[in-house]
Design a protein around this ligand. Sequence first.
Ligand code: NIG
Ligand code: FE
Length: 414
Amino acid sequence: MRNLFAYPSQVITVNTNGKNYKRGTEMSYIEALTDVSIITEDGIVKEFIKNSEVNSQKFDEVIDCTNKIILPGLVECHTHTVFAGNRSNEFRQKISGTSYEEIAKQGGGINATVQAVRNSSFEELLQISKPRIDYFIAQGITTLEIKSGYGLSYYDEIKLLQVIKRLNEIYPIDIIPTFLGAHTFPPEYKNDHSEYISVVINEIIPYIAQNNLAVFCDAFCEETAFSAKEVEKIFDEAKKHGLKLKLHTDQFNRIGGVETALKMNAVSVDHLEVADINIVERLSNSETTAVLLPGVSFFLNYGYAPARDLIDNNAVVALATDYNPGSSNIADLNLIMSLAAIKMKMKVEETISAVTINAANALSLSDKIGSIEPGKNADFSVFDTSDYSDLVYNVAKNLNVMTIKNGKLIFRRN
Ligand code: NIG
Ligand code: FE
């Protein structure tokens, strides 16, 4: 299959010259090509061709991109998309002044969703999740990470990961599964943390590793959840089973999560709302991607992660929605880019690098996706504008009109 993506006003390649991530000032260079079309062959980017030379060649399919901008397919690298129920009652409490942590201590929060997930079947969870996946695809997202973490038992964590696996089979995008059994302690282990950790280590991790149900193991390092020591214990076992590591950390309190994650070569550290200069310096020149989630700061109305300091100190910064029912009921990556610019002072170009190549890096996939370069997968998002600033300037407005996965059109806006 030889396809042509013809006559876009611009192609934003996010080229890294083979480096496959951008840190610090590199994040501002996204490379805008004009007067070129893209040739793909069997799902792979083959080459750029001058528009004046297009007519001399034959193609199986020509996709007209006149007056549109082509970007790499967007990568959503941190979500909790598969959940049941909703927490609008907690939302009301939060508006009236009760904090997220307070609600968690009262038995609500993550455990409220755990209850709803445990009461839902595989089929129910699958059906609930489908429109959410469609919503991501319509934004130009071609790779989507989804975490478990609302089951918190052998049976229910595996059920969630099987739903994620099924979604990956049904949908043309790539869905990357993450095991988040260490999200919080479920009620039945409230007073026996070590017993829950041994269930995670001795029962759940071996099963999911053996059955390829997860690529990553994640945890929540926080005063109301897991200590750095407990995370290290779980990560040790996850690593032995071939899982890569990610960590929710430094969201409300700094309790050593970043230090542990870096020591164990985690692929990403996510949240970082309370990261201080010491943490910023640790992430400076690190291979570990800092995944920032400004939707959480907005939704819970507290501080934002130090994006400017991280970028100015040469960190690799990615952005994600953290879509979940409690701390970020936001599934719009476009809104996240605008929040990153307005609230965290990221440049337009930096937000684009953060949802493409650096988000791909946060999933260890940046050798295949995240930029438009010959040899990489032909995953594109196509936007109806002539100025890429519009992606950030237009707040919560989806300008994506076509989503392309492996060289094939998988979504077109009517
Ligand atoms: O990424 N911080 C921990 N976990 C999720 C929130 C999950 C929830 O509240 O349901 C997060 O913010
Ligand atoms: Fe999260």
